[in-house]
Design a protein around this ligand. Structure first.
Ligand SMILES: [Cu+2]
Length: 168
């Protein structure tokens, strides 16, 4: 009865395999867009929405534009940015997200994120996998598996993550 529920009906061992692959190999499109360290914030069952974070890297040759996101586990997904406006935190909904050639766009708490709205299945537990389809203007679609976590990967104190950037 106390077995953790795993998203998509995967068996636990499969979820573990996915976790390992998610954290040790970047996911990439044929164009060379790379996604690193994706994760979804765990939220209490009462909440039907949460946010996903990751780093998206564009190839040196060409800028990339993310034009849409979708998850089969949520009603809809949106590109958001948390902003501070006169001391009030609010979220801006962007229709696209541009990543300059050779640049990295960091989606992180307090900044850009993928908002996942209207959870369709059971509450998400830590270690569950949320699938996300990312559509780029180039026509490429990247499908990634994002583990549910309470906290993101370790980062520098200033949150800029240069450290990790230098090490892959
Ligand atoms: Cu949001």
């Amino acid at each position: 009865m106390s077995m953790p529920r795993i998203g998509n009906g995967h068996r636990p061992w499969l979820a573990l395999t996915l976790l390992v692959s998610v954290f040790f190999a970047p996911l990439a499109t044929a164009d060379g867009v790379e996604v690193h360290d994706p994760w979804v914030r765990w939220v209490p069952e009462v909440s039907d929405r949460t946010a996903a974070y990751m780093r998206i890297q564009a190839p040196a040759e060409e800028r990339q534009i993310l034009i849409g996101v979708d998850s089969p586990q949520f009603d809809r997904a949106e590109i958001h940015e948390s902003v501070d406006e006169d001391g009030q935190a609010r979220m801006v909904h962007w229709s696209t997200l541009r990543i300059g050639a050779g640049d990295e766009r960091v989606l992180e708490p307090g900044g850009y994120h993928i908002m996942l709205i209207g959870r369709l299945g059971d509450a998400l537990e830590e270690g569950d996998i949320v699938e996300l389809q990312m559509r780029f203007q180039s026509g490429e679609i990247l499908t990634i598996d994002m583990p549910v976590r309470r906290d993101g990967p370790e980062r520098d104190d200033d949150g800029h993550d240069h450290h990790h950037h230098d090490h892959h």
